[in-house]
Design a protein around this ligand. Structure first.
Ligand SMILES: [Zn+2]
Length: 461
């Protein structure tokens, strides 16, 4: 759309402007400057009064699984392996339609949380990619490939299964054909290896060939759990990072999520190969502060992007908890007490995320010529006042309710707190119905999967 927002606070890479204007023409930022100049240059653009609003670059969630909103309120307080115990089984149990509902619930939360971009490695993408694209969000989707059956790992079976793996390779190609570069380039694809403990050298090679053939960036879960570390040691006699390096899988086009149990030499190796990090500090801290050696990772100059991972799309949580985790990252309060600064953390949630998918020239900052992906905050939000250092307030005290409007590609997905791209009322109730149905079916069909800790008590809404 053609829009001129006037009298706003505007967060640019060169500083924070107040009482200023930003013009959007079509899907791009056309100008940033004084109210007077831009009013003259864009007389026919629709006007929006930006008084008490802050225009920020859209938040980039560098690692999430929107369909796993279905597990919200179940496995967070359990100390078992949720990945193979619940997440993999539930991803198979849902039908395409059911996945689409849960994915849209996640996207709805993302929009209300000020996100404009989601990076989504999951399974069965062709079954729900259309529903995700329909939300208007900017997307990087990938099919989480594995050739060790992730439905059997919970029983301790790590047998390689090429037929199982081939399904993901075929589905990756199908996904690329269906979605890559569609919706005016708003929807793109990556190649994903699920994790080092469920991918053989054979499938890693196939995935590298696919990414080279299609020119796609890549992602992998990395050193996420103690079980993964043990399994990779037993099968490959290496750490996950060493194993991926031996197979030639590490490189600057690869983003590793988590790095939780990386050793100092793993960090050195990953950094030397230019691997980027999707850090999911809120999710990774649910069972206690995240253990990743974040001080070493920062010192090594790794590009750190922020993600939410499972069961939430709230990037404010990621920034807030990430800031705390990073500040304690070297275990020395004296040097680490106030580092990173909120400006650094905000960059992790925006431009670093853009860089992680190779899109720093298009999104991640408010600059003329870049895509018009905007997060607009209501500065009348009590928790943000008084406003002195805006980004300090946003990182320490920001929350989804402060989000006023969200624009992607020059189109409002939410305007003045009304979501425009989804039927919010229907969706939240439908998600409740779907979650109940899927949980009951999954437990009935799989006697070895126990009800989640505390059981399932469905409230009568
Ligand atoms: Zn993940």
């Amino acid at each position: 759309m053609d829009l001129l927002i006037t009298d706003a606070v505007i967060v640019t890479p060169d500083g924070i402007l107040d009482r200023s204007a930003i013009a959007v023409t079509g899907d791009r930022i056309a100008a940033i400057g004084s109210n007077h100049d831009l009013a003259q240059r864009f007389p026919r653009h629709e006007r929006m009064d930006g008084r008490s609003l802050a225009v920020l670059p859209g938040l980039v969630n560098a690692h999430t699984h929107t369909a796993l909103t279905i597990l919200r309120g179940t496995v967070e307080d359990w100390d078992g392996n949720a990945v193979y115990g619940y997440m993999s089984p539930v991803s198979y149990e849902m039908s395409g339609e059911e996945r689409a509902v849960m994915v849209q619930l996640g996207c709805l939360e993302a929009i209300r949380s000020g996100c404009t971009t989601l990076v989504e490695p999951f399974r069965h993408i062709p079954s729900f990619g259309h529903a995700m694209a329909a939300t208007g969000l900017r997307l990087w989707m990938s099919e989480n490939a594995a050739d060790i059956n992730t439905l059997r790992i919970r029983q301790g079976d790590y047998a390689e299964d090429r037929a199982f793996g081939q399904v993901f390779l075929d589905r990756t190609v199908q996904m690329i054909e269906m979605f890559h570069g569609t919706h005016g380039g708003r929807v793109q694809c990556q190649v994903a290896a699920h994790a080092p403990d469920n991918c053989s050298p054979w499938i890693l090679r196939q995935l590298m060939d696919l990414s080279a053939k299609h020119g796609l960036t890549r992602t992998v879960h990395l050193a996420q759990s103690i079980e993964e570390i043990r399994a990779v040691r037993a099968m490959r006699d290496a750490t996950p990072a060493e194993y991926l390096d031996r197979e030639g899988f590490l490189g600057p086009d690869l983003v590793g999520a988590h790095w939780t149990f990386c050793s100092p030499s793993d960090v050195e190796l990953l950094a030397s190969r230019g691997v980027q990090m999707a850090h999911c500090p809120a999710n990774s801290s649910r069972r206690g502060p995240h253990k990743a050696p974040i001080g070493l990772i920062r010192d090594a100059g790794v590009n750190i992007a922020l993600g939410t991972d499972n069961m939430t799309e709230d990037m404010f949580q990621a920034m807030k908890i990430g800031q705390i985790i990073h500040r304690g990252g070297r275990g020395r309060a004296k040097e680490d007490g106030v580092s990173p600064q909120p400006e650094d953390t905000f960059r992790m949630a925006t431009i670093n995320g853009a860089r992680s998918v190779g899109a720093a020239a298009e999104i991640g900052t408010l600059e003329v010529g870049k895509k018009a992906d905007l997060t607009i905050l209501d500065l009348r939000t009590p928790s943000l006042r008084p406003i002195i250092r805006l980004l300090a307030s946003v990182v320490h005290y920001g929350h989804p309710a402060a989000v006023h409007s969200v624009m992607v590609d020059g189109r409002f997905l939410m305007r003045d707190r009304r979501v425009l791209s989804l039927d919010e009322e229907f969706l939240v109730d439908e998600a409740q119905r779907v979650a109940k149905r899927v949980w009951e079916r999954m437990l009935a069909k799989n006697p070895d999967i126990p009800p989640p800790p505390g059981g399932l008590r469905w409230l009568d809404l």
